[in-house]
Design a protein around this ligand. Structure first.
Ligand SMILES: Nc1nc2c(ncn2[C@@H]2O[C@H](COP(=O)(O)OP(=O)(O)OP(=O)(O)O)[C@@H](O)[C@H]2O)c(=O)[nH]1
Ligand SMILES: [Mg+2]
Length: 297
């Protein structure tokens, strides 16, 4: 452990779905900790990204996107998870997409107004702004909405200005000791990360409601010196979804398996044998008990 650390704290990355929270976590850590996708509601858990600096330890917390549709148990669970992280954080990074302000951003802002913690507004995706002159009036408008501690335009994708963001965050941390060992990057196990990578590949090849109705459970994880053997179940809600996930002659499932295996081998530098099954658990995203059984606690 580094003994010079005098400041530490939890930094919640909060915002509506798809604004780039997980991309930011990965950019700040310089490693893929949390899965990302172009489809909203990708992140389903709080995920720690631990950054140990010479004098401070920043514990970033990625969260599910806060959204309006609280119809199903899964939607309520996602919002509840983000709310809980916000309650416990020392600093909040509120993230928005520079190209559009949405009703759900307003919803997040309403929640922020109930906290007395420092809130940094990170205006993300500035690389997509064709006219950078649009940024100044946008910042003026946002200043009127809330007393932000800082407003920082960034691009999580190109890591533009993310260092400035990190420096301001570090300055806001309370006094405190080092909470995690120097070399620990996340709180999540290798099994959890394996399930998430499979889920990411699945999200990429499925459309409409399917990404929201699937989850991945690791059944087998065995590591020898030469080979990692992983057995995983992809859970869906209905028989019809199972047929779609498998695809014509098993092509879609095969692609998910190949894409995931390639990423595992790159990440761990080990040969991986991956077996996937698709099974049905009827309406599990609206069934709290089934969700708990699948790790949504
Ligand atoms: N052009 C551009 N795209 C970005 C940037 N940051 C994120 N994205 C893209 O935006 C999409 C959503 O990114 P995520 O990081 O998954 O978003 P999120 O806020 O974690 O989404 P949820 O987990 O669903 O709440 C992905 O396709 C990212 O590649 C950015 O700075 N610029
Ligand atoms: Mg995310």
């Amino acid at each position: 452990m580094t003994s010079d650390i005098l400041h530490s704290g939890f930094v919640a990355i909060i915002g509506r779905p798809n604004v780039g929270k997980s991309t930011l976590l990965n950019a700040l850590l310089g490693e893929k900790i949390s899965i990302t996708s172009p489809k909203p509601q990708t992140t389903r858990w709080q995920i720690l990204g631990i950054k140990t600096l010479p004098h401070a330890q920043i514990i970033y917390v990625d969260t599910p996107g806060i959204h309006e549709e609280a119809k199903r148990a899964m939607n309520r669970y996602l919002n509840r998870t983000a709310d809980a992280v916000m309650q416990e954080a020392d600093v909040i990074v509120f993230m928005m997409d520079a190209t559009k302000w949405h009703r759900e951003d307003e919803l997040v802002l309403t929640k922020l107004k109930k906290t007395d913690k420092p809130v940094i507004l990170a205006i993300n995706k500035v690389d997509l702004l064709s006219d950078k002159a649009l940024l100044l009036p946008l910042i003026d408008q946002l200043k009127n909405k809330f007393q932000f501690t800082h407003i920082i335009p960034i691009s999580a994708l190109t890591a533009q200005n993310t260092e400035t963001l990190e420096n301001e965050i570090a300055r806001l941390l309370p006094a405190g000791p080092q909470l995690f060992p120097d070399d620990q990057l996340t709180d999540k196990s290798i099994r959890f990360q394996a399930a998430e990578i499979i889920r990411e590949k699945l999200i990429m090849v499925t459309e409409e409601e399917l990404p929201y109705t699937t989850t991945v459970e690791i059944e087998e994880f065995e590591q020898t010196e030469k080979l990692i053997t992983i057995g995983a179940i992809i859970w869906v809600e209905r028989q019809g979804q199972k047929i779609i996930v498998i695809g014509k002659k098993g092509a879609r499932l095969k692609k998910v398996g190949t894409d995931a295996r390639r990423e595992f081998e790159r990440k761990w530098g080990n040969k991986v044998f991956l077996r996937l099954w698709v099974k049905v658990k009827k309406d599990w995203t609206d069934d709290e008990k089934a969700m708990r059984g699948l790790g949504y606690l």
